[in-house]
Design a binder for this molecule. Structure first.
Ligand code: ZN
Length: 57
């Protein structure tokens, strides 16, 4: 039996480490940012404190 994705598309949650808000986001909400020569990451903006938060998508 193959592995099934049972929570595909689920919203991700992250806690803002600046203001402590629990944020819910989707993959499409995250922006790709370059963090190094060949390093890329994703970030979202906390709607509460406007700080950028690095996330995994
Ligand atoms: Zn925040």
């Amino acid at each position: 039996m193959a592995v099934k994705v049972i929570r595909y598309g689920e919203k991700r949650r992250v806690i803002c480490n600046i203001c402590g808000s629990l944020l819910e986001y989707e993959k499409g909400d995250a922006e790709v940012v370059q963090t190094g020569m060949n390093d890329f990451s994703h970030e979202i903006v906390c709607p509460n404190c406007q700080e950028k938060i690095l996330v995994r998508v």
